[in-house]
Structure formats: structure tokens, C-alpha cells
Design a protein around this ligand. Structure first.
Ligand SMILES: C[S@@+](CC[C@H](N)C(=O)[O-])C[C@H]1O[C@@H](n2cnc3c(N)ncnc32)[C@H](O)[C@@H]1O
Length: 282
């Protein structure tokens, strides 16, 4: 919802912010996004006490040190962070039913390493942790999940690992009892992810556009879902090449069901809708 101070950016102001955001994050902002960006930036301007977005724009670009310091806050407002538990359930089913049994056979006594890239407020990595923790009843294996995002605000929420009734409604009742701790607050009950699940997820800030990710190891499974959609094809290709360096051979890449990477020259084979196997090193 637009803030009470909502006022559209001028074309020049829009161009200034859009250019900066595309160069830092890769996110494409065509002119059709002007009202959306104006509304989001208005919220930030309002939070800082400015009377309109023009004041915020003038302040933001007044000195390189101000721009640098304010950038992470701007990113918090301009990224789209929609997510929910067990989103696109066919992916979790495939992971547990098709991938996991053979992976365990081929990797006895190993740790399954997963990466949720663009993890937003944590529902995706915690869903993975719950699905895998539930599978440990039938299979003997260990796992660990890295969850990264550019937005510091979403990472803080993921770290808090506390969700409301509405947010947890996607989870099966058994899992709610097993993996969540109800907390009574003045606003009602909230649900905290059980430490057994939370401890499986390591959260970190990472810009997928940065030249070097500096991650300590490769992964067997990478979830990169509903992130590529914000980039143009060249940026998608660039990011995928970097990400795939971190995927083991025969490892799986999951993208969002509404996303497409068809036509990009990558050594991947689609084995189920929006699930790809790495078939060769690049
Ligand atoms: C729509 S959410 C997807 C969340 C989750 N993967 C899912 O499918 O439910 C997209 C996330 O990508 C993050 N993102 C956008 N650009 C990014 C970048 N350049 N580097 C890292 N994360 C980015 C956003 O902050 C946002 O949290």
C-alpha cells in the first residue's frame, strides 16, 4: 500500500534509482515499474522523516558516502520478498522421494549440503530442514543448509525464525507440533522454529551479482527459486554460471515453476518441471 506521502518519482529520479539498483542487484526496472518503485521508496522516505521522495532522492545522491551507507536500506525496500512454507510442494516431494534415497546410497556417511539462494524470510530453508528432518526417520543421513539473501531485513526475520498463525498454515499439523514452539505474546500466539530445525540452517548475506561468492564448499542441491525472474537473460546466465560452479556434478538445481532458463547455454538436463541436473563441469 502506498505510504501517506506517496508521490511518484519523476522520470529522472526513477532513472537514477533504477540504474543504481540494476547495476548493484541485477534487478530489472523498466518504466512500467515506476509506480511500484515510487511506492516502495516513499515508504523508506517516510520512515526517515522526509516529506516526499524528492527530498529522499536529493539526500540519497547528495554524497557518495550517504549513497553507500543507505544502499542496504534501499535494497530492503526494493526487493520482492514473497515466500511461504512448502512453496511449490512438488519440489520437496521430488527431493525426498526421488533424489534422497539414491544420494544416500551413493554417499554413505556424508553430509548432504543444500543452498537456498534468495531465501527471503526463511520459509524456504526451514521447509527444506523440516522435510529432511522428517526423512531422517527412514534414512540415516546428515544435512546442512546455507541460506543467503541480499536483503538484511529479510535475513533478520529469518534469524528470528518466528512466524504467525497464517504463515504456518501451509505446514502439516504433525510438523507444526514437532517443529514449532508456540509463544504467547500480547498480539496472540506466534510460532518459533524449533532449535533442532533452526540449527540446520546457516544464514548469510550474499549478493548474487557479486563477482566472488566466497563460499566454503560445493552443494548437492541448490534452490534458486523465484529469484531469476527479476533479472534479464544475460544476468541470469552470468549468475547461473557462478552458481553452477558451486553445484556438484549430478547435483540438482531447482528454479521456480514459473521461471524458464531454456535457451541458456548451460550443462544442465531438466529431469522434472524446473528441476535440473548438472551433467558436466563448465
Ligand atoms: C520472491 S523472493 C523468493 C524467496 C524464495 N526463494 C521462494 O521461492 O519462496 C526473491 C528473493 O531474492 C532476493 N534477491 C533479489 N536480488 C538478489 C540478489 N542480487 N542477490 C541475492 N538475493 C537477491 C530478494 O531479496 C528476495 O528475498
Amino acid at each position: 500500500m502506498p505510504s501517506p506521502l506517496f508521490q511518484p518519482l519523476t522520470d529522472q529520479q526513477f532513472h537514477d534509482f533504477a540504474t543504481l539498483i540494476t547495476s548493484h542487484l541485477g534487478i530489472q526496472l523498466p518504466p512500467s515499474k515506476k509506480i511500484m518503485l515510487s511506492a516502495r521508496i516513499s515508504r523508506r522516505a517516510c520512515e526517515l522523516g522526509f516529506t516526499d521522495v524528492s527530498q529522499y532522492h536529493a539526500w540519497f545522491f547528495s554524497h557518495p558516502s550517504i549513497t553507500k551507507q543507505e544502499l542496504p536500506n534501499l535494497f530492503n525496500y526494493v526487493t520482492t520478498n514473497k515466500t511461504f512454507f512448502l512453496r511449490e510442494p512438488s519440489h520437496f516431494d521430488f527431493l525426498v522421494q526421488n533424489f534422497l534415497p539414491s544420494w544416500i546410497n551413493n554417499h554413505p556417511n556424508s553430509t548432504l549440503h543444500l543452498w537456498s539462494a534468495g531465501c527471503s524470510t526463511g520459509e524456504e530453508p526451514y521447509s527444506l530442514a523440516m522435510v529432511l528432518a522428517a526423512s531422517q526417520a527412514n534414512h540415516n543421513f546428515n544435512f546442512s543448509i546455507l541460506a543467503t539473501d541480499i536483503s538484511t531485513r529479510t535475513l533478520q526475520k529469518a534469524k528470528l525464525a518466528t512466524y504467525d498463525q497464517n504463515q504456518i498454515s501451509q505446514l502439516p499439523p504433525l510438523w507444526r507440533r514437532k517443529f514449532l514452539i508456540p509463544l504467547t505474546t500480547t498480539n496472540g500466539t506466534t510460532y518459533k522454529i524449533h532449535p533442532q530445525i533452526q540449527n540446520k540452517v546457516r544464514l548469510a548475506s550474499l549478493n548474487l551479482l557479486s563477482p566472488n561468492y566466497g563460499l566454503p564448499h560445493k552443494f548437492h542441491v541448490i534452490f534458486l527459486r523465484n529469484v531469476l525472474i527479476y533479472f534479464n537473460q544475460d544476468t541470469q546466465h552470468l549468475i547461473l554460471l557462478k552458481i553452477l560452479n558451486y553445484l556438484h556434478l549430478d547435483g540438482l538445481l531447482f528454479i521456480g515453476l514459473s521461471e524458464s532458463i531454456k535457451g541458456l547455454p548451460l550443462h544442465l538436463t531438466e529431469i522434472a518441471p524446473s528441476i535440473y541436473k548438472k551433467t558436466q563441469n563448465h
